[in-house]
Design a binder for this molecule. Structure first.
Ligand code: GRG
Length: 313
């Protein structure tokens, strides 16, 4: 790994960041304030992990680039950002700081925080659908080529909608909220894994699966990516739980210890730090091994998944 990996990560992060910014809504009209709040949260300095994973999975599956994949990269970051904006609201975590900045609701007021989240979710689908509309009118493409491309985009859209919804991310958040309300009852490992798999892993699955689908991967390949991304996502969330205990406030851009303060049951409270760390490593290695089945010279995606084991932000 080392220098080449770091250099490549910098490049792909910059590409993902430019791509997200290319699709920001224009701040205009009497409703301009909501676009301002959406853009505030979208440009607050996230790692762009989901668009990066989408792009690298797409490349690994043979994708060559273009508007379709770039629109989906922006869309998945919009959905991720909406979930953070809503998660920070007073009715949820009531957080005032994220990524070293004021949270959206705190900067723009609670009503605008709710609306900015709603706006981001809806605009994600408008954004992903943009090239589909252009595609239906595109000249110079054979009818078969056009139909295949539209089919891939619709399938990717279906995965994104499902994984972000009540059977995915929102479903996980619902069980999380319900578990915190029943403070006296113990949260069992099975329940915690359900929460992690849905709240966090589902959107990572959507990102990687959509990348594979848009590149024209087979059904078996997409199913392998779904399994791989599930482990990546659960490991990512366990690491999040670990960082809330041993992380650095400046690196994280938010206060640590919020889980303990809220008396929240996490993977660390359930299993302890050492076992949590071992599980992050084991799940990440399992995820990386799935990628060996894809062949190819480029090992960046595998290295990235392994590098996340040691992430500090
Ligand atoms: C539907 C309201 C609603 C919420 C869904 C995703 C979520 C549940 C809540 C957000 C808070 C949270 C702890 C999510 C778990 C996933 C996670 C660790 C998000 C942070 O992702 P990073 O580290 O964030 O990629 P950056 O800031 O880098 O974009």
């Amino acid at each position: 790994m080392g220098y080449l990996f770091d250099e490549r990560l910098r490049e792909v992060t910059s590409f993902a960041d430019r791509t997200v910014k290319r699709f920001l809504p224009e701040e205009s009209g009497p409703q301009g304030k909501i676009m301002e709040a959406m853009n505030y949260s979208l440009t607050a300095g996230g790692k762009r992990l989901r668009p990066i994973l989408m792009w690298e999975t797409y490349r690994m599956c043979g994708g060559e680039g273009g508007d379709d994949i770039e629109a989906f990269m922006a869309a998945v970051e919009m959905i991720h950002t909406y979930s953070l904006v809503h998660d920070d609201l007073p009715a949820m975590d009531n957080d005032v700081e994220r990524r070293g900045k004021e949270t959206t609701w705190h900067a723009y007021g609670e009503a605008m925080g709710i609306l900015a989240g709603d706006g981001l979710l809806n605009y994600a689908f408008e954004t992903a659908l943009g090239p589909l509309r252009a595609c239906s009118r595109a000249d110079g493409e054979t009818p078969e080529g056009k139909a295949a491309r539209m089919g891939r985009m619709l399938e990717a859209l279906w995965v994104l909608a499902g994984k972000a919804g009540i059977h995915g991310m929102i479903g996980g958040q619902v069980v999380d909220v319900a578990a915190q309300e029943k403070e006296s009852e113990d949260v069992r490992e099975e329940q915690l894994l359900f929460i992690h798999e849905h709240k966090t892993a589902a959107l990572i699955q959507a990102a990687m699966m959509a990348g594979a689908i848009l590149a024209g991967a087979s059904g078996e390949q997409v199913a392998a990516i779904e399994r791989c991304a599930c482990n990546v996502g659960i490991a990512f969330q366990i690491q999040d739980d670990i960082l809330d205990v041993v992380g650095n406030r400046d690196e994280l851009g938010k206060p640590i210890g919020s889980d303990a303060q809220n008396n929240k049951k996490t993977y660390v409270t359930l299993k302890g730090l050492d076992e949590a760390r071992r599980d992050v490593e084991a799940m990440s290695r399992e995820a990386a091994e799935v990628l060996d089945g894809f062949g190819g010279e480029d090992k960046f995606l595998k290295e990235l998944i392994l590098e996340l084991i040691h992430r500090r932000a």
